[in-house]
Design a protein around this ligand. Sequence first.
Ligand code: PMV
Length: 362
Amino acid sequence: MNETDFIPKPYLNHIESGDFTWSSPSNIALVKYWGKKQDQIPENPSISFTLDYCKTTTKLSFSKKENKEAFSFDVFLDNEKKDDFKPKIETFFKRIEIYLPFLKDFHFKIETSNSFPHSSGIASSASGMSALALCLMSIEKEFVENISDEFFIQKASFLARLGSGSACRSLEGDLVVWGKHDEIDGSSDLFGVKYPFEVHQSFKNYHDTILLVDKGEKQVSSSVGHNLMYGHPFAQQRFEQANKNLSSIKSILKSGDLNAFIGLVESEALTLHAMMMTSMPYFILMKPNTLEIINKIWSFRESTGSKVCFTLDAGANVHVLYPENEAVSVLKFIKNELVIFCQKGEYINDKIGFGAQLIKVE
Ligand code: PMV
């Protein structure tokens, strides 16, 4: 597949109005994407667990308009008009217009809500952009009736990527790869694909408790962070390392070697933050409590033999990952020893999920 395969033939059907609602989950990367080329092409492949509880639900209503010169849309978060979201969506529409030529024909109302609190420090861009991309694909399906399910998801992921890179990994579950890798069949820089190989029972139903260490706005956005990988002194080594880690995780996921999984996942998280700390200008997104939690997890593992581990995204919150058979003991540990490091004691219990869902068919 290449970009031009996503440009549709002239539409034959006519549509006046309607609405679609999709919910789409967040995801947490095990091998991280950090650094991109033009048009949201990743510098290295990544793999993520799709989440279950943390998700965005978006209703997209559309009605035909007269003036076809410009985009026209309103955005609402929890029923409140959000004009500050508009520039990001306008940029998204501009990028995808060539792939969805109907965008200027309609006025859109985008009504969105998140299952997690808005000010939780959890990025809603992956779940938000993938939910919106799916709603747009549902409209395209009205124009082109014979779109296959496979193409529908592929193109939705392709479009979501153009909204926010990691969003392309949020459509399916439970493991999704994005970025071309020689040893992963079907992998592509253009969209996410379901991890195509055998996965050991130990990784089924994996848990992710998200400790909300800092619920404020990030000081450095991920787009600024990605850009700082241009000319970064360790960039090439990092991209090579991510490729190698993707090869390694294949055998780890197959064998269920949880010790190797811990080593790879924690190293990826710390490497991501090391890239931030060694960018120019440098920055730190971890907070003192992030480190307190990491140290507590290490001592808990040391004293109990638990297979709990952590990962981080581009922020201070800690994702605590653990297998299903340790759910009771790790949750007890979290409540007894980690919750004190969370802002207002807040955390979210999540686990691996299986992707987006169409909520309402018009
Ligand atoms: O999709 P973006 O541009 O918000 O970048 C996401 C980057 C990380 O969350 C840090 C890593 C990843 O692969 O999700």
